[in-house]
Design a protein around this ligand. Structure first.
Ligand code: SAM
Length: 393
């Protein structure tokens, strides 16, 4: 048994049971032991799941276009921050920087970087990779640095934030109970236990669930106050600029549709395989659920952001202005057959609406200066936010 499982059992036994959010917090983030706290690489072909930046640098180029257009419209501020959540070893950031460098883009001279990355090993990788760039790369500032103009990026971050699992029970207060984690008295294994949420948690969940349709009897649903808190805080991250959140998610109502979501959406990932067994091998599996886009938007707007666009990854890529990059990879002077094939294969996955193309992309504007208002001008949509008229592939 992994040490983190022993710690979780100990806590569940001591408390009688713990919420799934608490289980997840420890399984993923327990210092030195959690899934996202050890040296082992999690994203990528050799890991447990594939993300868009790990598949191909084209998404980095697309977000770089959005960053560059934002910087231009804000009047080219002297400092412009790339603020990234869950940046891992910096694959997306490095792809964006590489694209800007190849374009010889002047934004590079204004750029500084700030990342929130729970894994100290990945943060060290990212720091070393930036330092190895020509000229030492853009300066890395701490997440506590006072806000400046910039872009906030979060790719496949929100789905990893801890969530509670609730169960529809018409007879229970509020119409739900909580699916909690306990230790089986006979087998000593981690097991599910249904019960009332802790009073503080019930108070926190009630307003977040106020707009939900009633859950069917026995229906499971995930809810993440951590996502609401994070999204609410995004408004304070920048003086002006854009926030882009990319993730698998659905509107709150769709996530609670008993016809399609009776068992909720939570999954564990290991070795590119998904399983609904969430309690086995804590610390060795990623734990995740679809992001509630309604909750994300509501919290972000309550925190001061202006919602600009709800789109998906396929549409974002098709309208982000990366045609030049695609043409260069296919037929430019440095084009190779391998590079062209890799791009085509990646675009097929990144733009297929049944695969990553269907991932949600939420874009917000921060600030209310005249420059910030131009970011929200419907007559001149920012890269990635217009309705597409053709696919890239
Ligand atoms: C699914 S991976 C995505 C990595 C990268 N954004 C990508 O698209 O390849 C989630 C990342 O978020 C980090 N992470 C998870 N929970 C976090 C938290 N609470 N704060 C900061 N980083 C976190 C993990 O260490 C991991 O690097």
């Amino acid at each position: 048994m992994e040490e983190v499982e022993r710690l979780i059992r100990e806590e569940a036994q001591r408390e009688g049971s713990i919420s799934f959010a608490r289980f997840m917090e420890r399984a993923l983030l327990e210092p030195g032991l959690g899934y996202y706290a050890t040296a082992q690489r999690r994203a990528g072909r050799s890991g447990d799941f594939m993300t868009a930046p790990e598949l191909h640098p084209i998404l980095g180029a697309a977000i770089a276009q959005l960053a560059a257009a934002t910087w231009e419209r804000l009047g080219r501020p002297a400092t412009f921050r790339w603020r990234e959540y869950g940046a891992g070893e910096g694959t997306l950031l490095l792809a964006a920087l590489d694209y800007l460098a190849r374009e010889g883009h002047p934004l590079l001279d204004a750029l500084e970087v700030s990342v929130s990355e729970a894994n100290p090993h990945r943060l060290a990788d990212l720091t070393a990779a930036l330092a190895a760039l020509p000229g030492g790369g853009p300066p890395l500032v701490t997440p506590a640095s006072p806000p400046v103009a910039g872009i906030v990026v979060a790719n496949e971050f929100a789905d990893a934030l801890p969530f509670h699992v609730v169960v529809g029970r018409a007879a229970a207060p509020g119409g739900f109970t909580e699916r909690r984690v306990a230790v089986d008295a006979v087998t000593n294994a981690l097991t599910w236990a249904e019960g009332a949420p802790d009073p503080g948690v019930a108070e926190r969940l009630a307003p977040l669930m106020a707009a939900w349709p009633p859950l069917a009897e026995g229906q499971l649903a995930e809810i993440s106050p951590a996502t609401a808190d994070w999204a609410h805080g995004l408004g304070g991250e920048l003086t002006e600029g854009v926030v882009i959140v990319l993730d698998y998610g659905r509107e709150g109502v769709a996530l609670r549709d008993p016809a399609s979501r009776m068992a909720g959406t939570a999954l564990a990932y290991q070795g590119h395989r998904a399983t609904a067994d969430l309690l086995s091998e804590p610390g060795s599996r990623d734990l995740t659920a679809h992001v509630d886009l309604t909750l994300l938007r509501t919290a972000a707007e309550a925190g001061g952001l202006r919602h600009l666009a709800s789109t998906n990854q396929a549409k974002f890529l098709a309208t982000a202005g990366v045609d030049g990059e695609v043409a260069r990879t296919r037929t430019g002077p440095a084009a190779t057959l391998e590079g062209a094939i890799a791009l085509r294969s990646a675009l097929a996955q990144l733009m297929d609406p049944r695969r990553m193309g269907g991932f949600a992309v939420e874009v917000f504007v921060a600030g209310s200066s005249p420059g910030a208002n131009t970011l929200a001008d419907p007559a001149s949509p920012l890269p990635g936010t217009a309705a597409p008229n053709r696919p890239l592939v």
